[in-house]
Write a protein of this length. Structure first.
Length: 325
């Protein structure tokens, strides 16, 4: 197509994180994108919540074929990959770090792999590392019908934990069939007290071992109230805005509970960790132990519509932009 692949790689600036710091050096790959994933992270960078030097190309996740690679990663050329990098997937071509990319195994489609990548890696670290679920645990999953929420519920079921899902409308309840043991509806703007009451009733007054909360501002206090003694609140998203600060005394009053605000970067810190997480997610997809609900938008021009749906919490699964029609 007339592209000088080697010059594209050598002329590209050194990658930086969303906070402007240089990321760990790694051979870079030139990827011809087939799909770009749409994530809440993209709305955070677009709005300025996560600051990036201007100008930048939006999108942190994509899937496609490697056309060229820097020395040390030549074996990636020609391979199908998915990746999670700091920006640039809303484009026909992206230059990404090898250590933030994963090979897509034979038998798994690019769209399905992308649908299970960022959301799957997130669900994996939440349920396997941040609070490793076991069969004696009960977890509460907010936004349970979303792309990440559905995978958190499915992985919790794989661990034989009890799952209570919270969704934003009754219309989303069918999406949780077979994925949760109980469900609660919390309409946007609705008083949250009934959720606390129902969760307490469902757990014989004890509360849950862990809450996985991607909503943030509107639900953080509710989530604290749903915890059992010494439970953990995992705030991993800001769908309604950044969660408020919580004082140490408030944690004591809630039952000597724990609060953490993890991000995916810190749970794919090495090549080995990324391979472990991606390998398990892809294997579970191939074995039909995990199922992803992927909705395609036809082009990059659809990105504004996709962002509006995510911000309005209208999504039911994963949204991708299809770049090769």
């Amino acid at each position: 197509e007339g592209l000088d692949l080697s010059s594209l790689l050598t002329s590209a600036p050194s990658p930086t994180s969303s906070r402007g710091r240089l990321v760990e050096a790694s051979p870079r790959l030139l990827v011809k994108n087939s799909f770009a994933g749409v994530n809440f992270h993209d709305t955070y960078t677009r709005s300025g919540l996560y600051r990036k030097p201007l100008p930048f190309i939006a999108g942190c996740e994509g899937a496609g074929t490697v056309l060229a690679a820097e020395p040390g990663a030549e074996e990636w050329v020609g391979q199908r990959v998915v990746y999670f990098d700091h920006s640039g997937s809303y484009s026909d071509y992206s230059i990404v770090q090898e250590n933030r990319s994963a090979l897509v195994p034979e038998g798994l489609g690019l769209k399905e792999a992308l649908g299970g990548f960022v959301q799957g890696l997130t669900a994996h670290y939440l349920t396997q590392s941040t609070f490793p679920l076991k069969n004696e645990h009960t977890c509460l999953v907010l936004a349970a019908a979303g792309g990440t929420g559905q995978l958190v519920c499915q992985m919790a079921r794989l661990a034989n934990a009890r799952v209570i899902g919270v969704v934003g409308s009754r219309g989303k309840l069918p999406l949780l069939e077979g994925q949760v043991d109980d469900a609660v509806v919390l309409e946007p703007g609705e008083d949250t007290r009934h959720v606390v009451q129902q969760v307490r009733e469902m757990t014989s007054g004890q509360g849950v071992d862990v809450v996985y909360d991607s909503v943030g501002k509107d639900t953080a206090d509710m989530s604290l109230q749903c915890l059992k003694l010494r439970g953990m609140l995992v705030l991993f998203g800001n769908a309604s805005g950044p969660p408020p600060d919580v004082s140490a005394l408030r944690l004591a009053e809630a039952g000597s509970v724990f609060v953490t605000r993890p991000i995916l970067d810190h749970y794919m810190n090495t090549r080995e960790e990324l391979d472990w997480r991606a390998g398990e997610v892809f294997r579970w997809l191939l074995e039909n132990k995990l199922h992803v609900n992927v909705r395609s938008f036809p082009s990059l021009e659809s990105a504004p519509v996709a962002h509006k749906e995510i911000e309005a919490r209208m999504t039911r699964g994963k949204i991708v932009l299809e770049l090769e029609l």
